[in-house]
Design a protein around this ligand. Structure first.
Ligand SMILES: Nc1nc2c(ncn2[C@@H]2O[C@H](COP(=O)(O)OP(=O)(O)OP(=O)(O)O)[C@@H](O)[C@H]2O)c(=O)[nH]1
Length: 289
């Protein structure tokens, strides 16, 4: 197994920045990928965000299994968080997100009022591991109608805030959290969604494990996307995955010079199709697993 404890320097800097920014913040909005709500979280957010209001957004819900996403929303709500699903690209769900942030802000203002603090702005930050959609979220949140604050006296130097309403504003630069590499499966899931470079893990091994995982919950899905039938409940999962991979190469005419199937190209194709949601609405991590 390759060394997965890879930790680029820019991330160390980004994490330090997030620790600094969070001091100004009342509400921490954590973005996770709805397809892998556990692996795309960073457990350290709990200590980073201690004492803050918490909102968790299941982003990229358009690529996840709707039923599973509902289960996750319920799960995080039961844990005492405000949980919402969202498609940041289309903005579908943004109204619910804004309502959720306004609700968290209202609770914070009520606590302030009880302590005699009036009209203090409530500030929020978006945090998440790479590629979960933080920038897309901020752009979609800002939309066209809202005005940016900042560059005026009294506003922290270099920081821009996007106003949600009179009292609530969102920091326009996201906080970057580092992905966790606790175990092989987590690292693979992060590679499937593109949060860590898939060069970190050998592509062929990665795709065989993806096919195997998909077969468990969505039997025949890979085959049917590429135009053949194949749903076998077999014990020999890796053999089955290899067969599927070769069949995909044949179907897509991915052949080497001598006519042999080009499974490297087929691996790349399947990983790319999954990453971009072309294989369908799929969730790889279920509540209670
Ligand atoms: N389908 C879909 N794609 C999304 C959604 N949100 C973001 N994306 C896409 O996901 C990719 C990554 O989005 P970014 O906004 O750059 O993610 P980020 O978290 O800011 O990434 P880093 O800068 O690497 O930390 C882009 O191709 C987005 O278009 C979503 O809700 N649905």
């Amino acid at each position: 197994m390759p060394d997965l404890h890879w930790y680029p320097g820019h991330m160390t800097k980004a994490v330090r920045q997030m620790k600094e920014d969070i001091k100004l913040i009342d509400i921490v909005i954590e973005l996770v990928d709805a397809r892998i709500p556990i692996s795309s979280r960073n457990p350290d957010i709990d200590s980073l965000a201690a004492g803050k209001s918490r909102v968790i957004i299941l982003n990229k819900a358009d690529m996840a299994d709707d039923r599973e996403t509902e289960n996750w929303v319920k799960h995080f709500t039961d844990e005492g968080m405000i949980a919402v699903k969202l498609n940041s690209r289309s903005g579908n769900g943004m109204k619910q997100v804004k309502d959720a942030i306004a609700k968290a802000a209202e609770a914070k203002m009520a606590r302030d009022r009880a302590r005699g603090i009036l009209n203090r702005p409530v500030r929020a930050i978006v945090g998440g591991i790479p590629n979960v959609g933080k920038s897309t979220f901020i752009n979609s949140f800002a939309g066209r109608a809202v005005t940016k604050t900042g560059n005026k006296p009294g506003v922290t130097k270099g920081k821009q805030w996007i106003k949600l309403n009179k009292q609530v504003e969102l920091l326009d630069t996201p906080g970057i959290l580092w992905p966790k590499f606790e175990d092989r499966k987590t690292a693979e899931h992060l590679a499937f969604i593109g949060s860590i470079k898939d060069e970190v893990i050998e592509k062929m091994e990665l795709v065989l494990n993806l096919i195997t995982e998909l077969e468990e919950n969505y039997c025949g899905l890979v085959a049917s996307y590429y135009g053949f039938d194949n749903c076998e409940k077999t014990e020999n999962k890796i053999d089955f995955a290899v067969k599927t991979l070769e069949e995909v190469a044949k179907k897509r005419a991915l052949l080497k010079k001598g006519g042999e199937t080009d499974t490297d190209k087929a691996s790349k194709l399947i990983l790319d199709d999954f990453k971009n949601g072309r294989l369908g609405k799929i969730t790889l991590e279920n509540v209670g697993e």
